[in-house]
Design a protein around this ligand. Structure first.
Ligand code: ZN
Length: 380
């Protein structure tokens, strides 16, 4: 694999291919990347869209616009599990007081079905608590789950399980998990539950155990524990994609296994959280490895859902990050040459992909909150 920033030598080679000047400012600014972790995508037959929807799986790629998906598609030589989705739409991500959203407001719109203000998690723009689609599912007797690659104090898992008008009130957000009622929780961040990162002496892991949760910190324990369970599998975010093996995929599989044992179905939110972190850092290698791991996880979910026959799978993003452009590369070599124009989020609309029963509802150009409402309409 190659990662070269300001790669004058490689850019010179590219210059020959394109017939353009070899050392233009634009080309020397490109980052080139290839992965040695390519894979086959799954081959699944989708159940009829008219089947009854019993389970809903919402998958969020944080910071994942069409530009990031396009780059990953090239890296994997022109195939991704995203290719299996027959219905697609477009989601506008702005929040009530900013054109460019953060993950708090962007994810909350999907979770509660209404737009909210910048940095809000699980609350409306007027700061009142709003129950997420997971709470709605719980009230209907369904099981609920969250599996992420970030630490639990990060915005997206909190969007679905916690309530605060400011996403960086992280001591309060973590404390919300004690009473969140979510049956299956998997992610990272033991440091955020104790005084390693907390500003007080509360130990939220102990409080969750006292509230009846099985609190585990290793993959082995997670594979043994029953519901309700919280797996906090690292001190902070999970290790980066290349170092964690199949930890994230296994945490999702365990969630599907446990949640599907209920009588009334389940709703699960799965997030490829750290795609966004590395886009902020303009690190194409780490961002792409996170996205490819997310795509492998999508493949696992589709295989599971194809067997089940009553599961709607929706994949989208809270916003795009990095103003990434795919400017060079080729499919045969699985190589991309990209440019970042920003280290922040941007306001470009993001894709929505749907698969399974009910998926034909997921077409057109809509606000993120409308997509949230459509998702919630299948939880009944
Ligand atoms: Zn971000």
């Amino acid at each position: 694999m190659i990662v070269l920033v300001a790669a004058a030598v490689l850019a010179a080679c590219k210059g020959k291919d394109t017939g353009k000047a070899a050392d233009t400012e634009e080309e020397t600014a490109l980052q080139y990347y290839q992965t040695d972790r390519t894979y086959d995508i799954v081959d699944v037959v989708m159940p009829p869209v008219t089947n009854e929807v019993r389970n809903v799986i919402i998958m969020i790629g944080d910071g994942m616009g069409l530009e990031q998906v396009s780059c990953a598609w090239v890296l994997n030589h022109g195939k991704l599990n995203f290719d299996n989705f027959p219905y697609t739409g477009i989601s506008r991500t702005w929040c009530t007081n900013e054109l460019i959203t953060d993950s708090g407001a962007g994810g909350t719109a999907l979770a509660i079905g209404q737009k909210t203000a910048y940095s809000c998690v699980g609350v409306a723009a007027d700061s009142t608590d709003v129950p997420s689609v997971l709470v709605k599912a719980k009230e209907l007797g369904k099981r609920t789950g969250i599996a992420v690659t970030c630490h639990f104090a990060d915005a997206t898992p909190c969007d679905f399980a916690c309530h605060n008008e400011y996403r960086y009130n992280q001591d309060d957000l973590i404390a919300d998990y004690v009473e969140c009622g979510v049956d299956y929780l998997s992610g990272g961040g033991t440091d955020w539950f104790t005084n390693v990162k907390r500003g007080d002496d509360r130990n939220i892991m102990t409080e969750m155990a006292n509230a009846g949760y099985n609190v585990v910190t290793t993959e082995e324990e997670l594979m043994q524990a029953g519901l309700p369970v919280i797996g906090i599998l690292s001190p902070d975010n999970l290790p980066v994609a290349k170092e964690r093996g199949d930890l994230f995929r296994h945490s999702v599989a365990r969630g599907l296994d446990l949640l599907s044992q209920g009588d009334k179905g389940f709703v699960m939110m799965i997030e490829g959280s750290c795609i966004d972190d590395w886009l902020h850092g303009n690190d194409i290698e780490k961002a792409m490895e996170e996205l490819l791991d997310f795509d492998r996880t999508i493949g696992d979910v589709l295989e599971w859902a194809a067997k089940d026959g009553h599961t709607l799978v929706v994949v989208t993003a809270d916003h795009a990050t990095g103003c990434l452009t795919l400017q060079d590369g080729n499919l045969e070599d699985g190589e991309i040459g990209v440019h970042f124009a920003s280290e922040s989020h941007n306001g470009i609309a993001v894709p929505v992909y749907a698969w399974g029963p009910g998926s034909d509802r997921f077409t057109g150009i809509k606000e993120n909150a409308e997509w949230g409402q459509i998702i919630a309409s299948f939880v009944k």
